[in-house]
Design a protein around this ligand. Structure first.
Ligand SMILES: O=C(O)CCC(=O)C(=O)O
Length: 264
C-alpha cells in the first residue's frame, strides 16, 4: 500500500517511483518473458526489425498478465487513481527504433482534448538500468497541470514538427528531472506530464501497463474513445481469466465499451 506522502508526490509532481519493488529473480523472469515475447513476434512477423514497441503482448503471456493483479501494481494504482480504476492496455518495448533513440518532449494526448482532470497513468517497468543520458525517462515535474501544462505547448508543437528549440535550448537541456532506474523499480506517471527520453541504448526492455480512473463524464469517454480506435472489448485472456482482479478489469472494459457505443 502506498503512503499518503507517495500519493501526494504523484498528485503534485505527476509521477512516483517505487524503488526495488521486484527482486532480482523476479526481474530475471520478466526479462525472459520480454525476450520470449520479442522472439515470438519477430518469428511471427518476420519483418527483420531489431526492435519492437507493441501492444497486447502482456495479455498474451500469463506470466506477464500476473503483473496486472500484483499487489505492488494493482493496489498502488488503486491508491493513486481510486479503487474503481480501469485497464487501458499494455505495451512492451524491446530494443531501440533508431528514429526514437531520442524521444522528444511530449505529453500523451492532444491539445484539443485536454482532460487534465482524467489522469491516465502508465506503469513502467524498466528491465535494464536507465541513466540520464542513456535512456532514462525525463519528466517536467508538475507539468500535468495547468498553468504549466498549457505554457509548455511549444514543446508538444516541437515534438509534432514545429520549432525544434522553442526555448532556445536543445531538448536535453530543458529543465527537468531524469528518473534514473534500476531493474526492479516501478515508475508511475500521469500521461499528461511532459516527458522525453534522450540517448536510448542497449536492449532497453520495458513493460508498460496502462490504467485510468473509471470515466465519469462525456468528455472523458470521448477522449478515451478517440484514443482507442480498436475499441474497448477486453482481450479474451482477461475475460477468460479466473483471477478476480483481472476479471474485474475485463468487466470494466466491457462496461466502457457499452458506454462508448451510446456516446453519439
Ligand atoms: O521510452 C520511455 O521510457 C517512455 C516512452 C514514452 O514517451 C511514452 O511512453 O509515452
Amino acid at each position: 500500500m502506498l503512503t499518503e506522502a507517495q500519493i501526494a508526490h504523484f498528485q503534485t509532481f505527476g509521477f512516483l517511483v517505487i524503488r526495488q519493488a521486484f527482486t532480482r529473480s523476479e526481474v530475471e523472469a520478466l526479462i525472459r518473458e520480454a525476450d520470449a515475447a520479442y522472439a515470438a513476434k519477430s518469428d511471427r512477423e518476420k519483418d527483420g526489425s531489431s526492435s519492437m514497441w507493441t501492444s497486447e503482448l502482456v495479455e498474451e503471456r500469463p506470466a506477464l498478465m500476473k503483473l496486472m493483479e500484483d499487489d505492488r501494481i494493482y493496489l498502488s494504482i488503486g491508491g493513486l487513481l481510486g479503487r474503481d480504476f480501469i485497464w487501458n492496455g499494455s505495451e512492451i518495448m524491446w530494443g531501440i527504433d533508431p528514429t526514437l533513440a531520442d524521444h522528444t518532449w511530449h505529453f500523451d494526448g492532444h491539445k484539443t482534448s485536454r482532460n487534465l482532470d482524467y489522469p491516465r497513468t502508465k506503469v513502467m517497468l524498466y528491465l535494464d538500468p536507465q541513466r540520464r543520458d542513456t535512456g532514462a525517462l525525463r519528466v517536467i515535474p508538475g507539468s500535468h497541470r495547468d498553468p504549466l501544462h498549457k505554457a509548455l505547448f511549444p514543446l508538444q508543437d516541437a515534438h509534432l514538427g514545429g520549432d525544434p528549440n522553442p526555448y532556445g535550448v536543445e531538448g536535453p537541456q530543458i529543465p527537468a528531472c531524469a528518473i534514473e532506474t534500476d531493474p526492479g523499480d516501478i515508475v508511475f506517471f500521469n500521461q499528461w506530464l511532459y516527458h522525453a527520453v534522450y540517448g536510448k541504448e542497449g536492449k532497453r526492455r520495458v513493460i508498460v501497463l496502462k490504467f485510468g480512473p473509471r470515466p465519469r463524464t462525456h468528455a472523458h469517454l470521448a477522449m478515451l474513445r478517440d484514443g482507442a480506435p480498436a475499441g474497448f472489448a477486453p482481450h479474451p485472456a482477461l475475460s477468460n481469466s479466473k483471477r478476480l482482479r483481472i476479471r474485474r478489469l475485463a468487466e470494466a472494459c466491457s462496461e466502457l465499451e457499452a458506454q462508448v457505443e451510446k456516446l453519439d
